[in-house]
Write a protein that binds this ligand. Structure first.
Ligand code: GLN
Length: 542
């Protein structure tokens, strides 16, 4: 039977609960256990799909087409195990299900209440489908004390009693702030946070304490005493140079040993951490560097591009170089000449995006890359903008545009209302709901034999994750191909363009999907490895 580890956060948000959970998952995996990570999000949105990336960061898409919290990206990158739609749930989804049941009359006259109906729904979500794993790590979003998170805390409290003795461990992640005037790390916020947690019936077994400097033994003793946690179970989580160092750092501090001890499991033998040591070594000791411009719209908030940043770093590991990112707001190019911004970079990437604002700037970035033979990687929106650029500049379709920006005579990129998923027809209304209605999740594509992209993948059949509403319009294919833009990848039915590449260019590739979602530190995605390599080649030329 699976054992459960609940990870809660206290004091402040943004302490890195997602990475802490993912790193612990990786450590247990390195000891040969099978792990699964799940996230409970207390907000009312049904999923993060309709939230602005500036509010909530990237929307992570699973193979089975769920729009989920970005922490699921960390879970996948650290464990290599693909997440599913069953690994993330929100208050909004739970209520949607409960209210639908109530309307059907399934509650047979009962008064429907937070306890037991909402808490039961949360518990059944947490317990469902864990037969094939040894440990289920459940991260609770938000911070202890949040009103909206109360039903989740209540549910995990109940599980502590309902599951067999010794099958549940609670970990609480807190912060020790350093007060310069006193020259001390303070324990009081942690004490208060644990007090709050205990007042709702949860006694943490382990405290994971974030601090910007080592926690003195005296402070550790104090937290142990006041928070009723064993001294060895007060674990410091110091800042590290790269997130991939976290599993190694936690192991050194004894987190995995303490977790196993809390379950009554013998901690021998030690975990196998070779692959993490290799990743960290690759990042810490690069043999060169490249600079890549990311021309996007949410460049102020790096969380909006989480998987992308990681995938580029993985590409760096594959080539043993440091990848410097030069963030550029695409709107700048609508007022200023891009040359001074782009002539000094080794490659240009235009990532996914939505809406007209900044789109002309992205088109100009693609134009610069094409004309100056700078490696160009267009992802989703970045591919669509590159196709519009080629249509205008190479195929003479001056008014080429996307119908995402309003009615157009030349919808080189157009709304898609019908497509196939396997053998199943998917249909959407043009002005239907925005939530959960895009082309989402894993779809296969066929790559033209001998194309650049087929060489990079080493295969002509691929499967990648999608998240888009618009599509390059295949009725322009012949004209664009005649002008030098090859439609190298198509959906298996031959109807939807999946990848494009400029024939007369060292590296100019657009993909309709999001390859960054499947890159792993120990298994860099081939497109990112190849793109960083192209940047390296370019850096040696200029
Ligand atoms: N806005 C575009 C679409 O919906 C691209 C989406 C994206 O880049 N993820 O098709």
């Amino acid at each position: 039977m699976a054992r459960y580890i609940f990870i809660t956060g206290g004091v402040v948000s943004s302490l890195g609960k997602g990475i802490a959970s993912a790193a612990l998952g990786a450590l247990l995996q390195a000891r040969g256990y099978r792990v699964r990570l799940r996230k409970l999000d207390p907000y009312l949105n049904v999923d993060p799909g309709t939230m602005s990336p500036t509010q909530h960061g990237e929307v992570f898409v699973t193979d089975d087409g769920a729009e989920t919290d970005l922490d699921l990206g960390h879970y996948e990158r650290f464990t290599g195990r693909p997440a599913t739609r069953m690994d993330n749930i929100t208050t909004g989804r739970i209520y949607t299900n409960i209210i639908a049941k109530e309307r059907r009359g399934d509650y047979l006259g009962a008064t429907v209440q937070v306890i037991p109906h909402v808490t039961d729904a949360i518990k059944s979500f947490v317990l469902n489908g864990n037969d094939d794993v040894d440990f289920v790590l459940v991260e609770i979003g938000g911070t202890v004390g949040d009103i909206e998170a109360l039903p989740f805390f209540e549910a995990i409290r109940q599980l502590g009693n309902e599951l067999p003795r010794g099958n549940v461990v609670y970990i609480h992640l807190t912060l020790m702030p350093y007060i310069p005037a006193a020259g001390e790390l303070k324990t009081k916020p942690t004490q208060h946070s644990v007090k709050e947690l205990r007042s709702i019936g949860i006694q943490p077994d382990i405290l994971l304490v974030r601090a910007d400097r080592p926690v003195p033994a005296e402070e550790r003793r104090k937290m142990s005493l006041f928070c009723n946690v064993r001294e060895t179970a007060v674990i410091q989580a110091l800042d590290v140079a790269t997130i991939y160092d976290v599993p190694i750092a936690y192991h050194k501090e004894g987190l995995d040993t303490e977790v196993l001890a809390a379950f009554g499991i013998d901690p021998a033998p030690a975990p196998k951490l070779e692959r993490w040591l290799q990743v960290v070594d690759g990042i810490a000791n690069p043999e060169g560097e490249v600079t890549i411009a990311i021309v996007g719209k949410y460049t102020g908030l790096k969380d909006a591009y989480k998987s992308l940043i990681e995938a580029l770093q993985h590409g760096g590991i594959a080539n043993r170089v440091r990848v410097n990112l030069d963030w550029i707001e695409s709107e700048v190019f609508e007022k200023e000449d891009p040359t001074p911004y782009l002539e000094r970079v080794n490659a240009i990437l235009v990532p996914g995006g939505f809406g007209e604002r900044g789109s002309e700037g992205k088109i100009l970035a693609a134009k610069f890359a094409r004309e100056h033979k700078v490696p160009y990687f267009g992802i989703c929106f970045g591919m669509q903008m590159a196709v519009i650029e080629s249509a205008r500049s190479l195929a003479g379709i001056e008014d080429a545009a996307s119908s995402e920006f309003g009615p157009t005579k030349e919808p080189v990129v157009g709304i898609m209302t019908e497509w196939l998923k396997g053998n199943e027809l998917q249909q959407r209304a043009e002005k239907g709901d925005l939530g959960g209605t895009m082309r989402l999740g894993a779809y296969e594509a066929r790559l033209k034999d001998g194309s650049r992209i087929a060489q990079i993948y080493g295969s002509t059949e691929i499967s990648e994750r999608h998240r888009h509403r618009y599509e390059v319009n295949r009725s322009y294919r012949d004209r664009l191909e005649a002008a030098g833009l090859s439609f190298a990848g198509m959906s298996p039915d031959g109807l939807l363009p999946e990848t494009v590449e400029l024939v007369d260019h060292p590296w100019f590739i657009g993909v309709q999907y999001h390859p960054e979602l499947k890159s792993r530190p120990f298994e860099p995605h081939p497109l990112f490895a190849s793109f960083v390599e192209a940047a390296l080649v370019r850096s040696r030329l200029v």
